[in-house]
Write a protein that binds this ligand. Sequence first.
Ligand code: G3P
Length: 214
Amino acid sequence: MKFFVDTADIGEIRQALAWGILDGVTTNPSLVAKTGRRFEDVKREILALVDGPVSLEVTAEDLSGMMQQARALAAEGPQVVVKIPLTRDGIAATRACSDEGIKTNVTLCFSANQALLAAKAGATYISPFVGRLDDISTDGMALIADIVQIYGNYGFATEVLVASVRHPTHVLEAARMGAHVCTIPYKVMNQLFDHPLTTAGVEKFMADWQKVPE
Ligand code: G3P
C-alpha cells in the first residue's frame, strides 16, 4: 500500500520524506488555508520537494473552469494529480482530463456508486472519505471494502485512495482490505511508529549496553 501524507505543510512533508516511507502528497483547499500561505508558494515548494504524485485541487465548480485549472496545474509538473470533487461537472472534467492524459484524484466520495462513476470516467484515484462517514455514524471502512470489491469485479484501473484518515486503525484496515493508497495526516503517520514494547525494548538494550566491558 502506498503512503501519501495528507498535508500542505512543508515541514511535515520534509519529515515524512526523511523517513523514507513517503510515496506522495495530497492537499485540499482547507489544508492549504491552514498553512496561512499563498497557494502558489505552497504548490511550488511541494513540487520542488516531491517526485511522487502530488494532488492539487481545483477550486472552480463548473466544467470549463475546472478544465482551465486542471490544464494549468498539470503543466506544473509530471507528478501533478488534479483533484476534482465528485459532482456532475467534476465527473465530466475527470473524463476530459483522462482523455487528455491528465491524472486525476476524484475527491469527496461517500458512496460506492459515486466511486463507480469516477472509475467509469477514467479517474486515476478515487478518494473515499472514511473519517467523515464515521463522524455521521456510518462505517467508513465498509465503503472501502465495497469499492475494492467492485473495482476488482471489473478490473477498473482506478486506484482506491483512503482519505479522511483519523487514526492508525484506519491505516491497518485499509492495508487489510488491499486499498492501493492511504493518505495519512502527519500526526497519524507519527503514531504508526509507536509501540510501548519498542520504546521499553530500546531503553533496556541501551541500559544493558552500558554494562558491556570495553
Ligand atoms: O484530503 C482530504 C481528506 O483527507 C480530508 O480529511 O479529516 O478533513 O475529513 P478530513
